[in-house]
Design a protein around this ligand. Structure first.
Ligand SMILES: Nc1ncnc2c1ncn2[C@@H]1O[C@H](COP(=O)(O)OP(=O)(O)OP(=O)(O)O)[C@@H](O)[C@H]1O
Ligand SMILES: [Mg+2]
Length: 250
């Protein structure tokens, strides 16, 4: 479902991704671990073309992200096409990124209507259903500032799901939360995994990773150091750097 091939990305002099290959099969969960600054967010952002990569290709469900191939050349898609492509990818951010001037319901309805041209009248009942599903159905008419962090993040998840995305990307979805609110958000993500969503999750929650990941990827210095099932990468890492990182996080 996601195919990342030979991706390089620099910011000025700083090489952040140095040749990343990653395959995510449909219906599987990939957890990305790695130290701060190793390129995890840049990789996620590249997947839905929030960052333009310098080299390499990214495909979602076979579709080249951000580009169209003509002969031997790649041409960047127009903004409208990019927005359409991006709307196939649900992205959940560390800081929720809800629109503060919109109600919870409006936050969920907005993108399907504007980016996918679906009818408000059809999206609304679906949005309410999704809000129920993540346990904040009673908050539909509230504004984000009236919600706890955990509730806001669950709204953000409902908003991502409203796009009917092919894949869900989570960038440290619980690291801005008070400890007692972490569990309620992880539970929602676990349930999505059980329902067969294709997901990539950046997190430092090792126990959670062990529980839901099909594949754990350890990234350091812009390269994938090691990847495999949790019982290998988490419990029996081959590389010293992976070992050191995991013992630190634990
Ligand atoms: N827009 C940008 N302009 C310049 N440098 C950037 C930009 N975005 C990221 N970087 C740099 O790229 C490197 C990787 O950043 P990235 O956010 O991908 O790391 P990360 O693994 O997600 O770290 P963290 O765990 O702290 O979130 C960092 O050194 C960061 O400062
Ligand atoms: Mg990050």
């Amino acid at each position: 479902m996601i195919d990342v091939r030979g991706v390089h990305k620099s910011f000025g002099e700083l090489d952040v991704l140095k040749g990343v290959d990653l395959e995510v099969r449909a219906g599987t969960v990939t957890v990305i671990l790695g130290p701060s600054g190793s390129g995890k967010s840049t990789l996620l952002r590249s997947i839905n073309h929030l960052e333009k990569v310098d080299r390499g290709l990214i495909r979602i469900d076979g579709e080249l992200m951000g580009y169209r191939r003509r002969g031997n050349k790649l041409h960047e898609l127009r903004e409208r096409e990019i927005l359409r492509q991006r709307s196939q990818v649900g992205f959940v951010f560390q800081n929720f990124n809800l629109f503060g001037h919109l109600t919870v319901l409006q936050n969920v309805v907005e993108a399907p209507v504007s980016a996918q041209r679906r009818k408000r009248g059809e999206v609304e009942p679906l949005a309410r259903e999704l809000l129920d599903r993540v346990g904040v159905g009673d908050k539909a008419d509230a504004y984000p500032r009236q919600l706890s962090g955990g509730q806001q993040q669950r709204v953000a998840i409902a908003r991502a799901l409203a796009l009917r995305p092919k894949v869900l990307l989570f960038d440290e979805p619980t690291s801005a939360l008070d400890p007692e609110l972490v569990g309620e958000v992880l539970d929602v993500i676990k349930e999505l995994a059980r329902d067969g969503a294709t997901m990539v999750v950046v997190t430092h929650e090792i126990g959670f990773a062990r529980e839901i990941a099909d594949t754990v990827v350890f990234i350091d210095g812009g390269r994938i150091v090691e990847s495999g099932p949790p019982r290998e990468v988490l419990d029996n890492p081959v590389h010293e750097r992976t070992r050191a990182f995991i013992s630190k996080v634990l």
